[in-house]
Design a protein around this ligand. Sequence first.
Ligand SMILES: Nc1ncnc2c1ncn2[C@@H]1O[C@H](COP(=O)(O)OP(=O)(O)OP(=O)(O)O)[C@@H](O)[C@H]1O
Ligand SMILES: [Mg+2]
Length: 114
Amino acid sequence: MLKVNSIEVVYMRVIQVLRGVSLEVGEGKIVTLLGANGAGKTTTLKAISGMLKTEEGEVTQGNIDFNGKRIDRYGPRRLLLWASVRLWKVDAFSSISALRRICWWVLTAAKIVL
Ligand SMILES: Nc1ncnc2c1ncn2[C@@H]1O[C@H](COP(=O)(O)OP(=O)(O)OP(=O)(O)O)[C@@H](O)[C@H]1O
Ligand SMILES: [Mg+2]
């Protein structure tokens, strides 16, 4: 379960883009973000994925919680590592699937680092 709890996001310490944004994504569910241009959809996704830090953005209020773990202070690399370990555990009984996922995460990590 992913929970975004009333987050505020500020870019470069001065540009406030989100305020009081909350959403929940249950296990196996799909949630769509709708909004006008500049409403903050991409910023919301960047906050969840840890990509805000690459643009001097920060979650300054509220929090983001994934399966009981607070993830809004994680940067993309740490989030990726943490998610990989979790997926590895989920796929522990399916080695082919686990291997495929690891390859995907390594390639994605390489894209972020390079
Ligand atoms: N790196 C950044 N630094 C400063 N302001 C930013 C940055 N990225 C986005 N913004 C501003 O934050 C606001 C929300 O932008 P965002 O890209 O999250 O909106 P969006 O809903 O995804 O828009 P679109 O529908 O055009 O994709 C906009 O006013 C945008 O100019
Ligand atoms: Mg966008």
